[in-house]
Design a protein around this ligand. Structure first.
Ligand SMILES: [Zn+2]
Length: 181
């Protein structure tokens, strides 16, 4: 039995999850969180979110790829969200690899070169900023004036604002109630 079989054998787990679901489809806090798929990052726990509070869009690095921006458009246009948090984290795997070497390895193994951008980065603060700028530049996303960037420290469990952004208060502060401590 592999891990998928084990998970789906847990019928009680599904029942509990269904019971916890909210009545409405629209996120209560009108919030979308964009973050990394890293196992150490639990956005619900970190931001004290409950089921039904927010949409959470995740990928390798928490990068605002076209598919993440597609999710933001659907979330805002169809499900009423207005606020966005872009949360990256320290010691991210995406900060330790390079696009070219990664694709070279894949090509050597499979004779296929990926058609996607890896979107690795070297500075997490800069990448939060880059991700926010991409959202702000995408006019298909209706609401781009309430965006907050932050970095979760996987060792101290603290959430901090990026140190790098140059032009001040461009990224609005998050509601204080969202943060621990
Ligand atoms: Zn990561």
């Amino acid at each position: 039995m592999n891990v998928l079989d084990e998970l789906f054998a847990e019928a009680e787990w599904h029942a509990d999850l269904a019971a916890a679901g909210p009545d409405g489809r629209e996120p209560r806090l009108r919030l979308v969180v964009v973050t990394c798929m890293d196992t150490r990052v639990n956005p619900y726990e970190i931001l004290r979110l409950k089921t039904g509070d927010a949409h959470v869009l995740r990928n390798a690095g928490g990068v605002t790829t076209p598919d993440v921006r597609r999710g933001l458009v659907v979330s805002q246009r169809e499900l009423g969200t207005r606020h966005i948090i872009v949360m990256h984290h320290t010691r991210c795997e995406m900060a330790g690899i390079t696009d070219t070497a990664f694709k070279d390895d894949i090509e050597a193994d499979t004779r296929l070169r990926p058609d996607w951008a890896l979107e690795a980065f070297t500075n997490v603060d800069q990448d939060v900023d880059r991700s926010i700028r991409r959202i702000q530049a995408d006019r298909t996303i209706p609401y781009r004036d309430s965006i907050c960037g932050c970095v979760y420290d996987v060792d101290t469990h603290e959430v901090r604002r990026p140190r790098w952004p140059a032009d001040g208060d461009r990224a609005a502060a998050p509601p204080p109630s969202l943060f621990r401590g």
